[in-house]
Design a protein around this ligand. Structure first.
Ligand SMILES: Cc1cc2nc3c(=O)[nH]c(=O)nc-3n(C[C@H](O)[C@H](O)[C@H](O)COP(=O)(O)OP(=O)(O)OC[C@H]3O[C@@H](n4cnc5c(N)ncnc54)[C@H](O)[C@@H]3O)c2cc1C
Ligand SMILES: NC(=O)c1ccc[n+]([C@@H]2O[C@H](COP(=O)([O-])OP(=O)(O)OC[C@H]3O[C@@H](n4cnc5c(N)ncnc54)[C@H](OP(=O)(O)O)[C@@H]3O)[C@@H](O)[C@H]2O)c1
Ligand SMILES: C/C(=C\Cc1cc(O)c2ccccc2c1O)CCC[C@H](C)CCC[C@H](C)CCCC(C)C
Length: 397
């Protein structure tokens, strides 16, 4: 008689999914056969999004911040499928893939993250550049290169959203374009970085000012066309000429998630228990940006990499606990602080009672992120490269 091997299927290989898979592969399964762990992602590589800006400035290379899953999962026993998830049957416990096999599961982990919605303003889908994936970075890089090689005197860039992504991108791009860049940062509310600690917000304001970045507060984007952006401020609409519009605003869960017969909030996020299980489906875990979770203390868990990274440990542990008949542990979110890149030699950091800005914060942020990268092997490769690169560059001058 062939024995059914328990299968854990993880959908999405980002901060929630990949780290759950890696943690699961390290847990002790001695008392029972190791389950089959399957990870599905539409991309062939994991993206360490906090360091995505550094691709645009050439500070980092793609392999460092977006290593292929096959490489990260070597010797872990986790099986990787590159395919887009097109549907999930939660009754039959089956996952459907575009151009791929159907996968049955015993435990399912939903970690598909979110998408940047562009269709909320006319013209944005056609003319604005989102900033979330490596493909987004390559498209933006191509546009920047065309503009840099053109004979236009000033390159006019509008960045929509005065949140973290908008501010970080503005500073990095301002450093890349130097005196040729003309930047506006467009924010709907009356301040940038509304949720940041005052220290980081002040450091960001200073960095934006030093780079001559103009901030439009209380300003709504009405429409985007090929070479203009229409901005509404205090009831008046202005059409401003631009060469490039970058859209960093909003997050939306994908239609695959929206279509699931699982309890969701107004934004389509799946409601979970503090143990990260989906209501009425103890075999399904949901984490990261697609989940609405209140932790053991009742605090709402934010949609950040910091939170997804912490949830992954609990999701893995609770699946293991389920299979080994141990009690579940409720998730406790620990806000450790936040870090922001504010240019190619500058950053700000507030966390664990420490406040740092300038080049010291720049180095500390890099080291803190190196420590958060997946797998020891990858950390060593990247760390070694960070040490070796400046030496090689100096010697080859
Ligand atoms: C530019 C940028 C910078 C950021 N910086 C920070 C930061 O400094 N600190 C911080 O805490 N947070 C940061 N964030 C937020 C952070 O990236 C997210 O909160 C975090 O990635 C959420 O993790 P997740 O696992 O839910 O989703 P993700 O990490 O987005 O992973 C989702 C995965 O699912 C895959 N996927 C999606 N749909 C499908 C499908 N249909 N089929 C198959 N695969 C699919 C995707 O390819 C992706 O690999 C940043 C975000 C951006 C965009
Ligand atoms: N360094 C970091 O820690 C870091 C970096 C990047 C991302 N993240 C995390 O990733 C998530 C997404 O961050 P994000 O910066 O990409 O997005 P975000 O936090 O949603 O910021 C977008 C900003 O744009 C504003 N806005 C919304 N609609 C607008 C419109 N139509 N026109 C102009 N402005 C508009 C938002 O105002 P409202 O707030 O009022 O909606 C907000 O201030 C967050 O959870 C964040 O914590 C963290
Ligand atoms: C603020 C810190 C962590 C929170 C955090 C933020 C993120 O954006 C993440 C993204 C993805 C995964 C996880 C996280 C995340 O946990 C870090 C706090 C760091 C400390 C304040 C100390 C840092 C010490 C340095 C590593 C060494 C300093 C060396 C010197 C100053 C050069």
């Amino acid at each position: 008689m062939s024995e059914h091997k328990t299968r854990i299927c993880i959908l999405g290989g980002g901060f929630g999914g990949l780290y759950t898979a890696l943690r699961l592969s390290q847990l002790p399964w001695e008392s029972l056969p190791k389950p089959e762990i399957v990870l599905v992602d539409q991309s062939d590589r994991f993206v360490f999004s906090p360091l995505l800006y550094e691709l645009l400035t050439g500070e980092l290379q793609t392999w460092e911040i977006a290593p292929p899953f096959e490489e990260l999962l070597t010797d872990t026993g986790v099986r990787f499928y590159q395919a887009a998830v097109s549907g999930i049957d939660t009754q039959q416990r089956r996952v459907y893939l575009q151009d791929g096999p159907e996968i049955g599961y015993d435990h399912l982990v939903l970690a598909l993250g979110g998408e940047t919605p562009l269709d909320i303003v006319p013209g944005a889908t056609c003319y604005a550049y989102p900033f979330r994936t490596v493909t987004d970075v390559y498209r933006l890089e191509e546009r920047l290169r065309v503009l840099e090689e053109s004979d236009t005197d000033k390159i006019r860039v509008a960045i929509v959203g005065g949140g973290y992504s908008g501010v970080e991108l503005a500073c990095k791009l301002a450093d890349r374009l130097g005196s040729r860049g003309r930047f506006r940062l467009i924010e709907l509310t009356d301040q940038i970085l509304r949720t940041s600690p005052e220290f980081n917000r002040e450091a960001a304001r200073k960095a934006l000012e030093e780079r001559g970045i103009f901030i439009d507060l209380e300003t709504r984007v009405e429409a985007i066309a090929q070479d203009t952006i229409s901005l509404e401020y205090k009831g008046q609409v202005d059409n401003i000429p631009v060469d490039l519009v970058i859209w960093t605003v909003g997050i939306r869960v994908s239609p695959v998630v929206r279509n699931l017969p699982l309890k969701q909030n107004q934004r389509g996020q799946i409601t979970t228990t503090p143990t990260l299980q989906v209501l009425d489906h103890p075999e399904i875990f949901a984490l990261g940006d697609l989940a609405e979770c209140r932790d053991a203390e009742g605090q709402l868990v934010p949609a950040t990499a910091q939170a997804a990274f912490q949830q992954a440990d609990y999701a893995a542990w609770n699946i293991w606990a389920n299979l080994t008949h141990r009690p579940q542990i409720p998730f406790r979110y620990q806000y450790l602080g936040e870090m922001m890149a504010l240019g190619t030699d500058n950053a700000t950091l507030t966390g664990l009672g420490i406040k740092l800005e300038g080049s010291l914060a720049y180095v500390a942020r890099r080291l803190a992120y190196l420590y958060r990268m997946p797998t020891l092997d990858h950390k060593l490769k990247v760390g070694f490269n960070w040490l070796a690169r400046p030496i090689i560059e100096t010697l080859s001058q």
